[in-house]
Design a protein around this ligand. Structure first.
Ligand code: GTP
Ligand code: MG
Length: 382
């Protein structure tokens, strides 16, 4: 599964700064609104313990990297133009914004703790701001869903199948699949007859689609400017500093640190740089500020209920045909099966699926075996 995470939020929240830090890509950053006018794409990494540590052999990732037992698995990140009231109707950079969230499987809702007039906001105000952004996204989805509804109802009236099959004709455009439509219908109260759907039904459907199926994580940025973050964190919002993240990224590129996690300075660091790194590290240690990579990993593994699975060709050596150990790490749904993994590797492998083998205990796995996190699996195919 290709995971795409969009960074959304009001203008000036620090989206581009965060994007630069996460992806190591240079984009325009500015202390004014609508610095970003087009969506940028980049690659960031989630981190997970690599199974190579169990067999005492080095792995050779085809994509991403592995560093002291931690496997860095790539995900795509989108830097999305700022969102304002009315973006859902195309105001501001509305159209660019909305076009890009179609492709996102999850969103970060990045919140600034400072108002446009440069005053500090209360945790409650930050929460209200976050809701405004989410409502705009839901409004956008809902208005697309509702447009030409009668025409749509007539078009699908000949479909004999269940409601989700009809609705798929409408929402497939947003990258929402049949199973997901079914999940949405099961978690709300929706009329069986599409002609009977009212605005409330559509809004409800959109809310579930854009906050549960495509989860949104609220993250307060600019934590370096905050004295205390407890109240914010008690409202289920994480706190980060994109400025810190960018400094770490730059310090690493300049050889001032050689580990982006421990931030241990190398001999190259000046006293001033060491003091700055110490200040950053102390904010992380106290829990006042979180690392974006940990938040992203939790988002993808816990909130989105995914697992990381390693397909191999040789179940005893855990390598591919060329002897590369654990060459691939796939992000899959925790409800996906061995057969789904086979299809994710290659359509032909899926079509020719015979059985799978668990690389840890050599047990044979049928096509319905549900994938577990960190599984090493060989697929045998015709
Ligand atoms: N103190 C502090 N300032 C930050 C942080 N992140 C971003 N900024 C500043 O906030 C301003 C806006 O940053 P951008 O990254 O351009 O914000 P944006 O959300 O991409 O803005 P638009 O593209 O206009 O929507 C810049 O002056 C940044 O330097 C942070 O963590 N701490
Ligand atoms: Mg920007």
């Amino acid at each position: 599964m290709e995971v795409v995470v969009g960074i959304a939020g009001k203008p000036n929240a620090g989206k581009s700064t965060l994007f630069s830090a996460m992806t190591g890509t240079m984009v325009a950053i500015g202390d004014y609104q609508f610095t970003t006018t087009e969506t940028s794409k980049g690659i960031a990494y989630i981190v997970s313990r690599c199974p190579h540590t169990e067999i005492h052999k080095d792995c050779s990732p085809r994509r991403g990297k592995c560093f002291s037992g931690s496997r860095y698995i790539p995900v795509e990140i989108l830097d999305i133009p700022g969102l304002i009231e009315g973006s859902g109707e195309g105001k501001g950079m509305g159209n660019q914004f909305m076009d890009s969230i179609r492709g996102a499987s999850a969103m970060i809702n990045l919140i600034s703790p400072i108002s446009d007039s440069k005053e500090m906001l209360s945790a409650h105000e930050m929460e209200l701001g976050a809701k405004e952004v989410e409502n705009e996204i839901i409004y956008w989805f809902s208005s697309r869903l509702g447009s030409e509804w009668d025409k749509f109802c007539r078009k699908v009236s000949h479909i004999q199948g269940p409601l989700e099959e009809k609705l798929l004709q409408k929402v497939g455009f947003f990258g929402i699949g049949l199973g997901e439509v079914k999940r949405i219908l099961n978690s709300g109260n929706f009329p069986e007859n599409l002609h009977a759907w009212n605005e409330e039904n559509m809004e409800n459907f959109s809310r579930i689609a854009m906050t549960v199926i495509r989860p949104i994580k609220r993250i307060v940025n600019k934590g370096d400017l905050l004295e205390n973050t407890e109240e914010i964190r008690s409202k289920n919002m994480n706190v980060i500093s994109a400025d810190y993240e960018l400094s770490i990224q730059r310090a690493y590129s300049a050889g001032i640190i050689n580990d982006m996690e421990t931030l241990e300075p190398t001999g190259k660091a000046t006293q001033k740089q060491m003091d700055a790194l110490e200040r950053i590290q102390s904010d992380y240690r106290s829990g006042k500020i979180n690392r974006i990579q940990n938040i992203l990993t939790d988002m993808i593994k816990i909130q989105m209920e995914n697992v990381i699975v390693y397909p191999v060709y040789d179940e005893s050596k855990w390598c591919d045909k060329d002897g590369r150990v654990l060459p691939d790490a796939f992000i899959m749904k925790n409800t996906d099966t061995a057969l789904d993994l086979a299809f994710a590797v290659h359509t032909e492998i899926g079509e020719g699926f015979i059985r799978a083998i668990n690389g840890r205990n050599r047990m044979i796995l049928g096509k319905n075996y549900e994938l577990k996190d960190s599984d090493v699996i060989r697929i045998i195919s015709k």
